[in-house]
Design a protein. Sequence first.
Length: 309
Amino acid sequence: MRVFNTAATIAMFATGALLLGACGEKADAVTATSTASASADGAPYVLQGTQVWSVPDPVSGRNYQVFVSLPASYEAEPNRRYPVLYVTDADYAFPIIRQIARRVNLEGPVVQDFILVGLSYAEGDKGAESRRRDYTPTPNGPNNSAGDIHGGGAAYQTYLKSQALPFIEQKFRADPAQRVLLGHSYGGLLGAQILFSDPAMFSGYVLGSPSLWYDKRHMLGVEADYARTHDDLKAQVFMYVGGYEVPGPDRRNTSGANLVADMKTLQGNLLSRNYPGLKVSSIVLEDEDHLTVAPIGFTRALEAVLPAR
């Protein structure tokens, strides 16, 4: 049974960034259902109709969990395959995106039905520790993180491709041609890394407030390296950032990095390549900062990459 402490995970995210329907399978799955004990006064709130599965990494020896939420039509349409939205930082992003997807469709279809998969942090790690290691491309972390481990992004990417994605596509009616990755902050940095090293892993990429500032804007160099050896980039890319994500005097501004300018630079660079298979768009969400922008950014992302058909 997975209990989501959203407040705690959002608080963790703030520190580290500024930087569960079931289908009958048991095994190691834990399906969140309503039980007599769970309805007792003071019991934890549980997301009904969601699942938790263990998907270990045989290389690192770390155990990761994936959180799964199936669309309402899943059982009624047994021959249908669905797009899959994979989200990083699942402890906070999974429950938020799940509820957004439900709510925006209340008065008619706005986004299409999809399988939601949350990519959790490594078991036994603090969230900030796990994401700093797994979502970054080089060991050169920011100055205020001396002693912290960074640069495990490539290894985590290999884990996703060899373990997590095959697990989901073997167990659920997922459409391999419609995989979307959504990441915010360091999660967006990870998305950019995958986009420019193995773009076919996903058909769509949502780069939310991506930490392109990381390691002296290392990822912009990676994009340029990709462009020198490729004449196409087949993907849909949607980026968002908050209007306050620029240096300034307000407490909501960043302390140095200009995420708005970096996002616009990346978009401009991508458009200048004239890749025939690339679709790229972005939005600056005014009056939002690095933390508050996530829910509305998630909403705009769903509308952009998984619009109702």
